[in-house]
Design a protein around this ligand. Structure first.
Ligand SMILES: O=C(O)CCC(=O)C(=O)O
Ligand SMILES: [Fe+2]
Length: 320
């Protein structure tokens, strides 16, 4: 007798409800959202972005900041080359793996229940980015970099560890930009790859041409970016199709400690531009990595952290 292995991908074969026609989304929220999540779910549907205030406590923030300072002090050599001219760090990848204080900002976050409602499945922490200062990242969508199977099972989950404004470089969003249609991805792929096949995972030209096309559609729709005033302890969740970025930093050298978690339902494979421009039939259905049960959600096991995309440290070599 054969037993079919149960899929680890909790949303296999399903498209997320928040990508259905808007009337259906509104009905879904009306009929299915628990009362205390309703206003947030409505905002996610209508604007593509939700700010959940007081989602983590000041004590949790203080512990995470202290853990971060100690990590940098204990691993001076590895971190030294990555600081900017003012001594601040940006784009530190997966520090949560070595800092339980950072894990708490997700697993003990008041907004985690909203995420579970959005996915209609158990969420998982896939990767994270820690910023000690504003990212100043141009407006973009994350999807070419986080292409799930099925698509659009990715939510940005951004936790403010200090107040963020245009002074220190805050998050900016194009409200409603998640409702704009997807670009013609096949045409984009053919603009560089003759048969439109085999797009490289990390092709910077393709990233730029997608984001330029996205900006054209935002402007054509008369939508404008809006900087968010974010209080320490708030969590911002954004729809996978929402254009967002970091504003310039008006007060050079100021800090903006924040943790962004890239989250998906458990078991969902994540690809990059090879997947984004590729055919879904060619993709794996199950995630290839393993998960750790963290109570209310899971965490993907990765073997290393990365400092600013150029220094990789295996977990066993990180001093903690
Ligand atoms: O933190 C920011 O300023 C932007 C971060 C971002 O776009 C991302 O992590 O996807
Ligand atoms: Fe992003």
């Amino acid at each position: 007798m054969f037993f079919r292995k149960k899929s680890g991908n909790l949303v296999k074969g399903k498209s997320p409800w928040y990508c259905a026609p808007i009337e259906k989304q509104r009905d879904f929220v009306k009929n299915k959202a628990p009362k205390d999540l309703r206003t947030w779910a409505e905002l996610f549907v209508e604007e593509g972005v939700v700010v959940v205030e007081q989602s983590v406590s000041q004590a949790m923030i203080d512990e995470a900041l202290a853990g971060f300072s100690k990590l940098v002090a204990d691993n001076k050599e590895a971190f030294s080359s990555a600081a900017d001219a003012q001594g601040n760090y940006a784009r530190l990848i997966n520090l949560h793996l070595v800092l339980p204080q950072m894990q708490k900002l997700y697993f003990e976050n008041k907004a985690l229940r909203l995420l579970e409602f959005l996915f209609q499945a158990r969420p998982a922490l896939y990767t994270s980015l820690y910023f000690q200062r504003g990212s100043t990242q141009p407006l973009h969508r994350d999807t070419p970099f986080f292409t799930t199977n099925p698509r659009q099972y990715y939510v940005g989950f951004w936790v403010a560890l200090e107040d963020a404004t245009t002074r220190n470089g805050t998050l900016q969003v194009v409200r409603g930009g998640h409702l704009l249609p997807e670009l013609d991805l096949k045409a984009l792929a053919r603009s560089k790859y003759e048969d439109g096949q085999g797009v490289e995972a990390f092709d910077m030209d393709m990233w730029k041409s997608y984001q330029a096309g996205m900006m054209e559609s935002v402007e054509a729709a008369g939508l404008k970016p809006e900087p968010l005033d974010i209080k320490a302890g708030s969590t911002v969740l954004w729809h996978p199709h929402l254009p967002h970025g970091g504003t310039p930093i008006a007060d050079k050298g100021s800090t903006r400690n924040s943790l962004v978690v890239h989250t998906t339902p458990k078991g969902v494979p994540v690809g990059h531009q090879d997947a984004f421009y590729g055919r879904d039939e060619d993709r794996p259905i199950e995630a290839s990595w393993s998960y750790r049960n963290m109570g209310p959600a899971d965490m993907v096991e990765h073997g290393q952290i990365d400092i600013g995309h150029n220094t990789t440290i295996l977990l066993e070599n990180v001093v903690v």
